[in-house]
Design a binder for this molecule. Structure first.
Ligand code: SF4
Length: 247
């Protein structure tokens, strides 16, 4: 039996050599915090506050309350992240706030843990936030604060959504998630949202990927994926595929 976190699973898929350095050789390189990380934290804080206020029958979250959260998350990194990024982040936050007001999505679930077991591999992680749309359907909700759409690799995003839908629907017989909404925050119009839904074929492909990754790790298979991922890889200077050309 092998237990994987979602991070380990995606790291192996990105590059088995990266997985080997990070988890077998314990070579930890922290990703620098960016304004997008601060915005994602502020977004989750907004969802959290919204849920609390609905439960307590209180007035909706104000932009001022959201800005206070944003500033408290920014403060520890004020010497690392420049002021220009802070200001751009504040504009993005306002766009996010306006979007949430206009779309009438009710967020009702954040930070739920899941565990999926298939054959001798288990996978654990955290579900994306879930909201109820105007048709009373459940949707996973992703805010993309990048100029690119989507921010994370497309294949990884699709697989993450497959996992989320499978995990949620397996553990909730009465409630089923209908789809995934990815909103690019710069565009505040509703029609810029990307809506995706998954089916049994996607779930079966995921199960076989999970099984294959588990088998490969148990058999110590760690090859390099020398491709476009390398240019943004934090482990490039330690990587056996690149060491000689970088020295
Ligand atoms: S630099 Fe490329 S080959 Fe090396 S670990 Fe990173 S992604 Fe893998």
């Amino acid at each position: 039996m092998i237990d994987l976190t979602e991070q380990q699973f995606f790291d192996y898929i990105r590059c088995p050599a990266l997985y080997d350095m990070k988890y077998n050789h314990k070579l930890l390189i922290n990703k620098p915090v960016t304004i997008k990380d601060i915005l994602q934290k502020a977004t989750l804080a907004y969802y959290n506050l919204t849920i609390q206020r609905v439960q307590n029958n209180e007035s909706p979250v104000s932009f001022r309350a959201l800005t206070t959260k944003y500033e408290s998350f920014f403060k520890p990194y004020k010497d690392i992240i420049n002021r220009n990024d802070y200001t751009k982040g504040l504009i993005a936050l306002q766009n996010f706030f306006n979007y949430m007001k206009s779309i009438e999505l009710a967020v009702f679930n954040i930070n739920s843990a899941y565990k999926i077991t298939h054959k001798d591999v288990s996978l654990q992680g955290i579900l994306n936030p879930i909201a109820v749309n105007q048709k009373k359907q459940l949707e996973f909700l992703i805010m993309n604060y990048s100029n690119r759409t989507p921010d994370i690799l497309e294949g990884e995003l699709k697989l993450k959504y497959t996992i989320d839908q499978l995990a949620f629907n397996k553990s909730n017989r009465d409630l089923q998630v209908n789809g995934l909404r990815i909103h690019t925050v710069k565009n505040v119009k509703k029609d810029t949202d990307l809506l995706i839904s998954k089916n049994d074929n996607d779930f079966n492909r995921f199960y076989s990927t999970l099984y294959n990754v588990g088998q490969a790790i148990q058999n110590n298979i760690y090859f390099v994926r020398d491709d476009h991922m390398c240019s943004s890889c934090l482990y490039r200077h330690q990587c056996k595929a690149w060491k000689r050309s970088d020295e």
